[in-house]
Write a protein that binds this ligand. Structure first.
Ligand SMILES: NC(=O)C1=CN([C@@H]2O[C@H](COP(=O)(O)OP(=O)(O)OC[C@H]3O[C@@H](n4cnc5c(N)ncnc54)[C@H](OP(=O)(O)O)[C@@H]3O)[C@@H](O)[C@H]2O)C=CC1
Ligand SMILES: C[C@H]1O[C@H](OP(=O)(O)OP(=O)(O)OC[C@H]2O[C@@H](n3cnc4c(=O)[nH]c(N)nc43)[C@H](O)[C@@H]2O)[C@@H](O)[C@@H](O)C1=O
Length: 319
């Protein structure tokens, strides 16, 4: 039967990638931009669900940003993320939605979690301070889904993506994540003929990066797993699934790769006044592998295609 699927956050990086892939199926895709539906407005969200009668929800709407944005606007990150996800999860449940996929983040795990981090590392230690408010909201999202499953018998699942990048990313110079920030900075330095580019922090932290098209494919894969397979590979009170590559690199290595993708031939300098954040957050992706999914886009291919998109779409960048 044709499904009506609501993608919340359909203009964002992940939401737009999910929509592109769902467009190749027979699903009816339901979307609502911020100007039509403010997801912070509980009454409007509940009314939207009552009107739309959807079968599935991808919860890809959130307040999102890099290390400095998280550290600068902690109140907005905790309030908006808790409110958006509470409104959508409760609104979906009240209108009879049986299937929902919540997108969390790898920052739910303790700052010094054993590497690679399995799903069992959740709630075993102190979080990274720069993004604790955002991480607390994401942990609450996992627990909302599990609680609704236990009490109401719905099927609300959670995926925890590693750091993502790709088409429709946020290329803001301060508020973005490291890949879009460096892509833009290296590109502008190349055009200006600059001899040096500044990279934040020490360059020593390690990060794992997944292309957004892989993230969208993994999300759809997890949503569509039959309930028995999903239940056999998760636990009712530890139900989330890591999504990543299982491969990481230092920020210095990332910056060197970025320089070569963009064609910047100058030097790197590191700005120690900017935070490093978590020293390492490598995902253990064996749960996802045992559920039949693995990534396919390498970092070098993903950075090259993202740079091509960047060159052709600068008019679409967010302010
Ligand atoms: N990017 C990353 O590296 C990672 C992302 N994630 C998670 O993946 C999910 C998607 O992230 P990503 O695509 O990168 O984020 P984006 O910022 O690209 O997209 C977020 C979307 O949410 C929408 N949104 C936010 N607030 C509201 C609101 N009040 N009303 C209506 N719409 C709203 C935005 O709308 P508008 O376009 O109008 O601003 C945007 O379309 C999030 O849950 C995020 O936490 C997890 C790990 C890493
Ligand atoms: C996805 C994840 O994203 C955030 O956490 P993060 O992993 O630390 O993400 P980031 O991409 O911003 O930084 C990664 C590393 O890179 C370094 N770095 C160098 N130069 C730039 C730079 O120019 N910009 C940025 N942002 N970082 C830079 C930076 O100092 C850090 O060491 C969370 O708050 C939270 O939102 C979350 O879940």
């Amino acid at each position: 039967m044709t499904k009506r699927i609501f993608v919340a956050g359909h203009r964002g990086m992940v939401g737009s990638a999910i929509v592109r892939q769902l467009e190749n199926t027979d699903a009816i895709i339901v979307t609502a931009g911020r100007e039509k539906l403010d997801l912070l407005d509980q009454a409007a969200v509940f009314a939207f669900f009552e009107q739309q009668k959807v079968d599935q929800v991808y919860l890809a709407a959130a307040k999102v940003g890099g290390i400095v944005a998280n550290n600068t606007y902690p109140a907005e990150f905790i309030y908006q993320n808790l409110t958006i996800q509470n409104n959508i999860i409760e609104g979906a449940y009240k209108s009879g939605v049986k299937q929902l996929l919540f997108l969390g983040s790898s920052c739910i795990y303790p700052k010094l979690a054993e590497q690679p981090m399995t799903e069992h590392a959740l709630l075993t230690g102190t979080l990274e301070p720069t993004n604790e408010p955002y991480a607390i909201a994401k942990i609450a999202g996992i627990k909302m889904c599990e609680s609704y499953n236990r009490q109401y018998g719905v099927d609300y699942r959670s995926v925890m993506p590693t750091n993502l990048y790709g088409e429709n990313d946020n290329f803001h110079p301060e508020n973005s994540h490291v890949i879009p920030a460096l892509m833009r900075r290296f590109h502008e330095a190349k055009l200006a003929g600059d001899k040096k580019v500044t990279v934040w922090g020490s360059g020593k932290p390690m990060r794992e990066f997944l292309h957004v098209d892989d993230m969208a494919a993994a999300s759809i894969h997890v949503m569509n797993l039959d309930s028995k397979t999903y239940a056999a590979n998760t636990e009712p009170m530890l139900s989330h699934i890591n999504v990543g590559t299982g491969v990481d690199c230092t920020i210095r290595e990332l910056a060197e790769t970025m320089a070569s993708v963009v064609g910047f031939e100058g030097e790197l300098e590191f700005d120690a006044s900017k935070p490093d954040g978590t020293p390492r957050k490598l995902m253990d992706v064996s749960r996802l592998k045992s559920l039949g999914w693995a990534y396919s886009i390498s970092l070098s291919n993903g950075l090259s295609s993202t740079y091509t998109w960047f060159l052709n779409n600068q008019d679409k960048f967010r302010k």
